[in-house]
Design a protein around this ligand. Structure first.
Ligand code: GDP
Length: 296
């Protein structure tokens, strides 16, 4: 993700070499190239526009130039604005743990986005933090999905909830009761997905939300679907009030633009990225580290 953006940005900045200061005139050519690089990375037009406006304003502000040559000053500004657009400084904890356990994390998203896999990845991540997660299969429409979650839980070395119950809301409520009883401190709900946005599903998810009062609702988005992922995130947010996004499949041939748009579109941060099919291929998303990587 972003390799080509890195290359293009570094190319764009060459235009500033040998300049003694940043001016409207020499910025114009650079910003035009940065804009093209962003659009090619599948960054949404409006996000690119906001970004460039902010970079331009800051770059023309004389006080930032002190002690830095124009290229360094420009890179510094781009870095800060990249961090900002990707959500600012990451909070100390990516999950708002409940004061009184169990913490409930509800995973939502379209079918195939990587929800079930991400439940396992999150469980491994939480175990490393010393937590005891319980995975809960709430996708009753696809028996294979339930079995898949049990397998993922086994691989992750965490328990999964088993029940004869067939109603997803009742399953989640029963799982919470069991977690309280057995001392599992984080309950991860793997909800059903559909191939497309679907009102019936949204209603069901809203009922699960009401019944379980989740501390976090993570929208799992497939990076390969680009701006569609951002649109779906917005729709889920309107209905459910998501609290964060997990972007999966960033190891694939994706241009990564969704990572830029999610915060602006939903107001909610990108919290984690999936970087492969294995349970370890998972990381917190840090806007500052990503900005650093993008700038090479
Ligand atoms: P769900 O329908 O949302 O529960 O999606 P799944 O968890 O079943 O994932 C769908 C497919 O995407 C599976 O083949 C996963 O192995 C794959 N997958 C999930 N996350 C990633 C990722 O970060 N990278 C890659 N390459 N594949 C992933």
């Amino acid at each position: 993700m972003f390799d080509s953006l890195t290359q293009k940005l570094s190319q764009a900045m060459k235009a500033l070499r040998g300049q003694s200061k940043l001016t409207e005139a020499n910025l114009e050519a650079v910003l035009r190239e940065v804009r093209m690089a962003l659009l090619e990375a599948d960054v949404h037009v409006s996000v690119a526009r906001t970004f460039l406006q902010r970079v331009k304003e800051k770059a023309l502000g004389a006080e930032v130039m002190q002690g830095l040559n124009p290229t360094q000053a420009f890179i510094d500004i781009v870095h800060r604005e990249l961090v900002e657009i990707m959500g600012g400084q990451a909070p100390e904890h990516p999950i708002a743990f409940a004061a009184k356990p169990p913490t409930v994390v509800m995973m939502v998203g379209l079918q195939g986005a990587g929800k079930t896999t991400t439940c396992g990845k999150l469980a491994v991540f939480l175990k490393k933090l010393g937590r005891s997660p319980l995975l809960v299969p709430a996708d009753v429409y696809r028996p294979a999905a339930i079995e898949q979650l049990h397998v993922v839980a086994k691989d992750a070395g965490v328990p999964s909830f088993r029940t004869e119950e067939k109603d997803p809301v009742a399953i989640c409520a029963a799982a919470l009761a069991e977690a309280r009883l057995k001392g599992w401190d984080t309950v991860i709900l793997d909800t059903a997905g559909r191939l497309h946005l679907d009102e019936t599903l949204m209603e069901e998810l809203a009922r699960i939300k009401t019944a379980t009062s989740p501390d976090e609702i993570f929208f799992v988005a497939d990076a390969m679907t680009g701006q569609d992922a951002v649109r779906s995130a917005t729709a889920f947010h309107e209905k459910l009030g998501i609290t964060g996004v997990v972007l999966t499949k960033t190891d694939g041939d994706t241009r990564g633009g969704a990572a830029f748009s999610i915060k602006q579109a939903t107001g909610q941060p990108l919290k984690f990225v999936g970087e492969g099919e294995k349970l370890e291929d998972f990381q917190r998303f840090h806007p500052d580290r990503m900005a650093q990587r993008i700038l090479g």
